[in-house]
Design a protein around this ligand. Structure first.
Ligand SMILES: *Cc1c(COP(=O)(O)O)cnc(C)c1O
Length: 377
C-alpha cells in the first residue's frame, strides 16, 4: 500500500489512501472482490467473513487518515454498537451526549439496559465541566460527539479525554460530522474514533457505512473479532464505492464549507432567521474551541424559522434545498429535526447540510427563499 507522509496535504492523502502500489496493466483501485468462500490452497483466504481484499484496502485508507487501525462496518450504528458492546460489561456505566445523534441514545436505552448497563446523558457544552469536576468517576465509557449533531456544539476533546482517563474511563468520539480530515480524535487522546461514513466521508448519498478506528491495536483487534463473530460486515460493492468516493473528500469538504460559510454570513441577520449556528462565525458560542480543535471548517449550519409551516414554505420557495434527513452529500439538504421527535429542538429548527453546488447559486436561492417568508402566504 502507498503510505502517506507527514508533508502531504489532505488532497494528496485522500487520492492515494489505501491504493495499491502501481502495477502495469492494473487499475489504480482494483474492483470489488465478490466472494463468500475462496478456493482453498496456499493462500490464507478461505471465507469472506474473515477476510476480503476490498475491505482490507479501504481499511488501510481509513487507518492512514485516522492514525490508528480501522475496522469497517455496514452502518454508523453498527460501528457505534460494536464499540459499546466490546467495551462495556454488565453493571457498567456509560455516558452519551444528550444532544448527539438520537439513534445512539435509542440504542443504549433500548438495548443495553437488559445487560444492567446504566446510561447517563450529558450535553456536549457541559462535558468539560462535568469531566473536570470528577463526574466521570466510575464511568466505563464516555461517548463524545463533537461537533454535535444537529446543534454543532463543540467540547474540548483533549481536556475531557485527559480527565476521563484519570478516572479510568475510556473515550470514544463520534467523528461523523468532522471526518478524519476535520479532526483526528486518536491524536487528541481518544481510545476510539468512530463514524457514520454514510455521511460526508462517502458523500454521495448512496451507501450506508461506518467504521471504528482504535488508538491501541488490541482494541481494534477486539472490534474486528466482534465483527467476524457477529457477522456485521458491509458488502464489497458498498466498500468499493466508498473507497472510490474518498478521493474527492478534500474537494467536497472545501466546497461544502465555502457554501456553509457564505450561507451563514448571508442569513445570520436575516429577519426570518433566528438562532443561526455556524462554528465558523466569530460570535458563535463554539467558535473559539472549534478553531483551536478542528483542522478545517464544516459544511453544516443550523438555524430556526418561525415554525413547521414556515419551514414548508421555505422549502417550497427554494429551488436548491432538498428536504432530506442525513447530511454531508453533494446535494444541499435541509432537515427539520423536530419531525423525528428525537432531538430537543424547536418546531422550526433546521439543519442545513451544504452540498457542492456553486456558492453564488446557493446563496441567491436561500436568500430569495428566506425573503419570500416575509410576505404572508
Ligand atoms: C447518521 C449518524 C449515525 C448513524 O449512522 P448510520 O449509518 O445511519 O447507521 C451516527 N452518528 C452520527 C453523528 C450520525 O450523524
Amino acid at each position: 500500500m502507498s503510505q502517506d507522509t507527514d508533508t502531504d496535504g489532505d488532497g494528496t492523502r485522500v487520492v492515494r489512501a489505501g491504493q495499491p502500489d502501481p502495477v502495469a496493466g492494473q487499475p489504480f483501485l482494483p474492483g470489488p472482490v465478490f466472494a463468500a468462500p475462496y478456493h482453498l490452497g496456499q493462500g490464507e483466504r478461505y471465507y469472506a467473513r474473515y477476510e476480503n481484499p476490498t475491505l482490507d484496502a479501504f481499511e488501510a485508507a481509513l487507518s492512514t487518515l485516522e492514525g490508528g487501525p480501522a475496522v469497517v462496518f455496514p452502518s454508523g450504528m453498527a460501528a457505534i454498537s460494536a464499540v459499546l458492546l466490546t467495551a462495556l460489561r454488565p453493571g457498567d456505566r456509560v455516558v452519551v451526549p444528550s444532544d448527539g445523534y438520537f439513534g445512539t441514545r435509542v440504542f443504549v436505552h433500548e438495548e443495553l439496559a437488559r445487560f444492567d448497563i446504566r446510561v447517563l446523558e450529558v450535553s456536549t457544552v457541559d462535558l468539560d465541566e462535568v469531566a473536570g469536576a470528577g463526574g466521570l468517576e466510575g464511568v466505563a465509557l464516555l461517548l463524545i460527539e463533537s461537533p454535535s449533531n444537529p446543534r454543532l456544539d463543540v467540547c474540548n476533546i483533549e481536556a475531557v479525554t485527559e480527565a476521563a482517563h484519570d478516572s479510568g474511563c475510556l473515550v470514544a468520539v463520534d467523528n461523523t460530522a468532522a471526518t478524519p480530515l476535520g479532526q483526528r480524535p486518536l491524536e487528541l487522546g481518544a481510545d476510539y474514533s468512530l463514524a457514520a461514513d454514510t455521511k460526508a466521508l462517502t458523500g454521495h448519498s448512496d451507501v450506508l457505512l461506518g467504521h471504528v478506528a482504535a488508538h491501541d491495536a488490541e482494541r481494534a483487534t477486539r472490534v474486528r473479532a466482534w465483527r467476524t463473530r457477529s457477522g456485521a460486515l458491509p458488502g464489497p460493492f458498498e466498500v468499493w464505492l466508498a473507497h472510490r468516493s474518498l478521493g474527492t473528500l478534500d474537494l467536497r469538504l472545501d466546497r461544502q464549507a465555502a457554501n456553509a460559510r457564505a450561507l451563514a454570513h448571508a442569513l445570520v441577520d436575516h429577519p426570518a432567521v433566528s438562532g443561526l449556528r455556524y462554528p465558523g462565525l466569530p460570535n458563535d458560542p463554539a467558535h473559539d474551541q472549534f478553531t483551536r480543535q478542528m483542522r478545517r471548517p464544516l459544511g453544516l449550519l443550523s438555524f430556526e424559522l418561525a415554525d413547521a409551516a414556515t419551514v414548508e414554505r421555505f422549502l417550497t420557495a427554494s429551488r436548491l434545498a432538498i428536504a432530506a434527513t442525513s447530511f454531508g452529500g453533494l446535494h444541499t439538504t435541509v432537515d427539520r429535526r423536530a419531525q423525528w421527535g428525537g432531538d430537543r429542538v424547536s418546531e422550526g429548527f433546521i439543519r442545513v447540510s451544504c452540498g457542492c453546488e456553486d456558492t453564488a447559486d446557493l446563496v441567491a436561492d436561500f436568500v430569495a427563499a428566506a425573503d419570500s417568508l416575509r410576505s404572508r402566504p
